[in-house]
Design a protein around this ligand. Sequence first.
Ligand code: 3HC
Ligand code: NAI
Length: 691
Amino acid sequence: MSDPIAYERDGDVAVLTINNPPVNALSQAVRQGLMTRMDQAEGDAGVKAVVIVGEGRAFIAGADITEFGKPPMEPSLPDVIDRIEASPLIVVAAMHGVSLGGGLEVALGCHYRIAVPSARIGLPEVHLGLIPGAGGTQRLPRVAGVQAAIDMATTGRHVKADEAHKMGAIDVVQDGDPTELGIAYAQKLLDDGAARRPVSEMPAPEGIDWDATYDAVLARGRGQIAPAKAVRAVQASVEKPFAEGLLAERDIFIELMNTDQRKGMIHAFFSEHAVSNLPELKGVDPRAVDHIGVIGGGTMGAGIATAALLSGLQVTMLEMSSEAGEAARGRIGGNLAGALKRGKISQAQHDAIMDKALQVSTDYAALSDVDLVIEAVFEDMAVKKQVFTKLDDVCKQGAILASNTSYLDVNEIAACTKRPEDVIGLHFFSPAHVMKLLEVVVPDKTAIDVVATGFALGKRLNKISVRAGVCDGFIGNRILSTYRQAADQMVMQGASPYDIDAALEAFGFAMGPFAVADLAGLDIGWAVRKRKRAEGTMPDGATYADKMCEAGNFGQKTGKGYYDYAAGAKARVPNPDVMPLIEEDRAGTPQRTFTADDIVRYYMAAMVNESAKVVGEGIARRPLDVDMTLLFGYGFPRYRGGPLKWADIVGLDDLLGDIKSYAETNPEFWAPAPLLEQLVAEGKTFDSLNS
Ligand code: 3HC
Ligand code: NAI
């Protein structure tokens, strides 16, 4: 491998250029190279200052994450940074792109920092279940204060150069070539007779109410421990001498490195990258998409159109009547007004989108020129077929016809056109301009470049795209429907919806299943049940859930559902009318008690078992596809990595044991997934199927 650190001289200044594509991660070779090149600079007669700069798109994106979980390799990053800081020469960091985690820590180990205006800094270790481990929590408070350090170390947010300058983390912000800026700045420091300025020698900042801050950060983390631990590390910067603070930080870093949360978060990091990286799409050119059509401007269509417009696409929206068209335009306008308010677009961009990029029509002829069309009409096969037949007639040759259906058979939809190779499912999640997940549902006859276009569109819309096969509910809704049934089974066997929500929220879900049902609206399921009873596909007789709806309790939208929302959504309290109705339905079902642990095991066993079936049947390519679907579409806690990563961590043997014990009373629902049985028999993990 070529030397990752280039050494050049410019007068009195030595320039160390890190070249470790794509993001200059601090691999062992880079760490060793920095040590060697610092020695070289110090031994190079006449050199008075050193500039450290990154080649390519970033200064340094941090420690090399691929080395985590492996035996440590010398030199360690803290030793490298101490070496840099202790240099008798003046050391300048010249920053561009990102300086993240260990990258920012290297910069803070330098005596001065200059950055271009587009540079960003951050301590994103919490997103990997860690805290900074090479002095970030000790040096940043000394230059930027405790509040700024806590904010950055607990949220992991990226801070732009200007803000970093104001907080004191960057000395100079200037436009130009980073290397030239660094050399000129180093030369100026030498000309001015500036002294070395090690951050470790700066006084410790003032303290704050540590316990209150710790408690607040812990509560915000919904069970994630790293952010709260970061508070304790910053506390050490104030309360201990520098060297001891550094050791305290290191101890916490190592403790976190050995946690399941770190494993879950790093699995999520790599899976997020791998999920849309499908071997069959390598070298396949997607079709060009500049102009899309959206059929139906209700909840989903308006959200999809908003996402597309915000990504610079032209959108033609088709509705059933001019009134419905105006309502759709209103919904999109509301979404864009929100984007304007949050500073995501300027007033000029907003106006250009509303006046030019968005067209609303009731005439299919308006779609003759679109490159891709996404249907988001009612969830009814007959209506969808009518729409696709018309699209097949009017859309140009090569245009892609996509459906946003949640459950329906996309093969059947494709078969009603003369171009099944151009038909695909693009399943967005509500609200579509906010939610990150996109299921790219691939029917049997779809052409490979159409699949590639689905993924390219997902990328353009800033989504996490997951490939799914055709089945009832695809990956996400199919698994959801199973674990939702498990929650209902627990209610019938003796757990209250409130115990279930509390246990699952403590597990890390953003909301428990009954709180989610209240948010989505209980009337949707009620309508489905009424329709099924009318069709004769469901037994007659109102359940407790029907009785709740009959009483007008549809959830948040009516102020009452499982919960009473009189004091606001966040101050929900159980609706006292619900438990008596549940108790009526429980008659005849054997009752048992459920601890919070029992609830989590039951619910997760259902989720994992169905997930294993989804992978085993090839609906999801790999376990990581299921993990990313649940993480980005269903509020699964990121720090647990996803249901199948979680399953690997708790042990597949135990899980299969649970499933078999539940199967004793309900063998059909709890039939073990063949893939799960196979992995247990072979002593393998789900992760073994990811590579
Ligand atoms: N180590 C190893 N590989 C890394 C990496 C890192 N720190 N950061 C990014 N990569 C890899 C990615 O996996 C990806 O690989 P792939 O092409 O094979 O999929 C490639 O670099 C490009 O990354 P992205 O596709 O994410 O590129 P973007 O331009 O969208 O984003 C980024 C770049 C903002 C740097 C983003 O990758 C990122 O946020 N990376 C993580 C940064 C991070 O968490 N740093 C802290 C590390 S922990 C640490 O430093 C501990 C220290 O305190 C001791
Ligand atoms: P919706 O009822 O809010 O909107 C449907 C819209 O389609 C209405 O505005 C209606 O006027 C229009 N429409 C109906 N028939 C039409 C036709 N023939 N031509 C033109 N416009 C027509 O429904 P929603 O919730 O937006 O769902 C749409 C689709 O998206 C469904 O297939 C649904 O399963 C799916 N979906 C829904 C999600 C949700 O959370 N609501 C999530 C993901 C997918």
